[in-house]
Every structure is written in C-alpha cells, then in structure tokens.
Design a protein around this ligand. Sequence first.
Ligand code: ASP
Length: 446
Amino acid sequence: MCVLGESRLEGYHGLAYRKLVEAGVNVGDTVEVSFGDESFVGRLMPRVESDDDSVVTIKLPNGYNIGLSVVDASVRLVSPAGGLHQQPPVEEAVGFGAGEYVALISTGGTIASRVEYETGAVRPALRASDLMSLVPELEGISRLKTQVLMSILSEDMKPAYWERIARAVYSELEAGAAGVVVAHGTDTMGYTAAALSFALRGVDRPIVLVGSQRSSDRPSSDAYTNLLCAVKFAKESFRPGVYVCMHASTSDPTCAVIPGVKVRKMHTSRRDAFKAVNTRPVAFVDRDKLVFLDESSKGYVVGGGVVFKPGFSDKAALIEYYPGFSLDILNWLAEKGYLGVVLAGTGLGHVSSELVDGIARLRRSGFLIYMTSQCLYGRVNMNVYTTGRRLLAAGVVPLGDMLPETAYVKLSWALANYPLEEVDGVMRSNLVGELSARSVYSGEWT
Ligand code: ASP
C-alpha cells in the first residue's frame, strides 16, 4: 500500500505549504531553510498535527528533527527524495522472499504517538508505515513489512494482549521475516519482552522491542535512532532471542540491545532509561555498526526449534513488600481466585517474620508464593537469616536473580501452560536466561 503517495506534503497547510510548493519541495526531499546568515539543511519530514502552519519539520543529518518557522526564511530544494516517494514503504510484503525483510509490528506507545497540540496530550496514532517515513534511512537497511496490531499506551497492556502480540510475531516468523521489531510503549516494554521470551522459547531469529521516551514529532525524539538500530539488529544480527533496543546513553546515537528477561526501565524520562540488570547488553548498535559484547553467541543457535506457548493467565500477581504489609493482602488474593504471587521482598528475600505462619497456611492450601528482591541487583539468598530460612520452610520458592517483573510474567505464563503441580518446577528452571547461576553486575547502580 502506498503510504505517502497521495499527499506529498503530508500535514502541511498555510504559509509553510505555500513556501514548500513554491520551492518545488516534497516530503522526503532534502531542503535548505535559510534565515539570512544562518541556514539548516535536512530532509523534509511529514508534519504531524500542529496549530502553527508556518512551521516546517526537517530531519538534520544527526537524526534529530527540528521545527523551523518559515515566516522570515527562504526555502530551497537541495535534492529530491531519491526513492522515498518512488518506493514508498509497503504494508504488504508482496514479493518479499524469506529472510529478505523485517516485520515491524506496532502496538502503540510514545514511539507511535503524536502530540495533540490542543490538549498537549500524547496519543498513539501513527501507523507503522508513518514510523518508517520518519526514518528514510531504513530503506538502506531492510525491506519492511508493517502492521498496526494495536494502538495503546503500554500502561494499558495486559496478559491477553501479550498473547496477541506473541501470535502476531509467530506468524510473521512463519511467513519468513528475517526478524521482527515490535514498537511498544516504554512503560511496560520489559514485561512484554519477558512475555515474548517465554511464549517463543527457542526462537531462531531476533525479536526486538523498541520504543521512545519522546514522541516522534518532537525535535528531541529518540524514536529515530531507536527504530533505526532495532531494524538493523533484527536484519543483520542473526542473533536468536527476544531483546529490547533503546538508547545506550543520553546523547550518543548508539543503542544497547538487552535480553528481554533482564531489562528494566530505570528512569522516567531519560533516553537511556533501559538497563540490563544482573547481566550486560548483548550488543551495541548504531547506524553503521553492530558490535557484539559476546562474540561466541553471535549467529543462529542450532536447536530444537521454537516452542510456541502463547497463553498467559490473569491469575498471577506481583506484590512489593513494605514495612507494615498485612497478610490480609495475600489472603485476599487467594480468596479472589488468584493462583500465586511473586513477592518483591526486602534485601536477600525477606518479609516480616510475623507473616511466616500465614504464608505457610496459604501454601498448604495450594496458593503459590515466589520470592524475588526489590533490590533488583543481586540475587535472593534465603539461607542467610532466620526469617529467610523460615520462609523457605513455609514453602516460599526463591527465584535467584530473576527480576520481579520477569518472575510475574513467567508465573502468568506457567499457570496458563502447565498443570499447577508443575509450576514450581518451571519457575525454578532457567528457560530463557531469566535465572542465572551467577549474576553479572552491569555496574549501572554504582
Ligand atoms: N506511557 C507511554 C507508554 O508506555 C510511555 C512511552 O511509550 O514512552 O505507552
């Protein structure tokens, strides 16, 4: 489907539109906007909803978008698009051979959002193909097949949606994609990355989740770099597994690729909010290169193939312990039909010793209880203090260095795919790298 073809000045009106038409410029062309002595050269981007029709948006060579008022500026065509319109992004992969393309599935989030200028609110509204038009350089990396699976902010994600995403990813892999990129809101991207890791265990190609902290129509958006890096990794890495690809630091154009079961959003707004916890990124990517931190794991793993189990239960819970925590909360969960809980306990894996008897009763009734640490870095060790030992005796299952969120997703997945009596064994096993024998400190917290 032709995306930009119908409108070659998509989103432009008024003064900006007139000046662009006079200069013979279309979206995708390289333009120069001059203000006397000062001038800016970049690619003209589509304008995504604005209350100011004198502004044009151009993408500078460093990847950043800037908005420029053309009231006192002249606009000049430097060079035409060179293929952006002639070969627009496609939404159907008609004629694509197996392995020739990356499938880009959009679920929403800031990366697929625009700002509503009337209200200032950010809404998921962009098509996956609009994302591609923001990053013309993608043409040089891979052919892309795009689809919008859902348009939600990731705080609205739920286990049933993880299943939908897993099914969509699986069918793209079955159809022959070299890799799959999932555009996703950053708030709960780590949960979905973990969900896909379990649902598609043994996958033989890269599945890369990508988001942005600033919406793609803001000049400071990180969407451009993140998407470019994610597609590059999906097409060129041949590294099986599920990853999150986001800015590696606040300023440079490099992204870190982090295992989907060991990643966490650690900052509300910084571009480099995503960190590898108890491990290291597997690679760093920028537009020119892909550097693996672990060369030995580069390339396809020859294995038993993907074990596709896309179901997730909504009868799992995740609770952070705090001083004053009442057993009523756990009792309530059991009464309401929840089958198990992951606790993010203190330090090495503790809750108040006053809860131990109640926890033992719940366990005897069949309610499952797992222990992770709210410290995040390091691992639980419930043999050190008396409280830990008593909790173990009460039937609490320690989960090593597994992140609380990953443990919660795994519990939801295990409850949907295994008989209840097997769930403890599944939770204790390392299936996709979520539970390491030895923790690697990434150093982010020092
Ligand atoms: N609340 C947004 C979301 O997670 C934030 C973002 O995408 O960065 O969907």
